[in-house]
Design a protein around this ligand. Structure first.
Ligand code: IMP
Ligand code: MG
Length: 195
């Protein structure tokens, strides 16, 4: 697996530092929001995380260990890169793996995705969550690709800005593999079937 790596973009230490900083910012923003709505005190702090499967599982697992408030997690499964595709084929909801509650009323929701590329996945997820009427909806991505489509969506929290290249590791896959790499990397061109 390591022999397939072309370049390490973000190593495990940089990821760990950034994830912790993001968690602090998310906590501070939620605390402010609770204070402004007149519901001070720790008991008022509660958040509902909605990670998009599968790519954001590792990011979410690390992030929640730095979130001190009460929280629930509901999964949303959306696939857009079937198999060996490295271009988005359009976002599709996978209902069997999705466990959103019928309503999100009264909840502060944080939507989490691994990478913002064409934006199709996040747009679909935002529409779906908005239709369940959360009290607030914020968005968080591990990586935002450097391309105009990715900048056309407003995101509240971005861990890293990424070059417009196909990347894997830290939860992100190519053909289902490489999710277990602790770093975020690019792969050697030979890996993509000689492309
Ligand atoms: P979008 O709908 O085009 O924004 O694509 C977002 C989804 O495609 C992400 O949630 C990833 O699952 C997948 N994706 C996009 N770019 C990459 C990449 O560089 N590596 C691995 N998966 C990617
Ligand atoms: Mg994904």
């Amino acid at each position: 697996m390591q022999q397939d790596v072309a370049k390490v973009l973000f190593d495990r230490h940089a990821i760990a530092r950034r994830v912790e900083a993001l968690a602090r910012q998310i906590t501070a923003d939620l605390t402010d929001e609770a204070r402004q709505s007149g519901r001070g005190g720790d008991a008022a702090l509660e958040i509902t995380l909605v990670p998009i499967l599968s790519g954001s599982f590792m990011f979410t697992a690390d992030l929640i260990r730095h979130l001190p408030m009460r929280l629930q997690i509901h999964m949303l499964a959306i696939s857009s890169y079937p198999g060996t595709a490295t271009q988005s084929r359009g976002a599709r909801l996978q209902r069997d793996l999705t466990n959103l509650p019928e309503t999100l009323a009264g909840r502060h929701v944080l939507l989490i995705d691994d990478i913002l590329d064409s934006g199709g996945t996040l747009r679909m997820a935002i529409d779906l969550l908005q239709s369940r009427q959360p009290t607030s909806l914020r968005t968080c991505v591990l990586l935002r690709k450097d391309r105009p489509e990715a900048r056309s969506i407003a995101i509240d929290y971005v861990a890293f800005e990424s070059p417009d290249a196909f990347v894997v590791g830290y939860g992100l896959d190519y053909d289902g593999y490489y999710r277990n790499l602790p770093e975020i990397v690019t792969l050697r061109p030979e890996v993509y079937g000689g492309a």
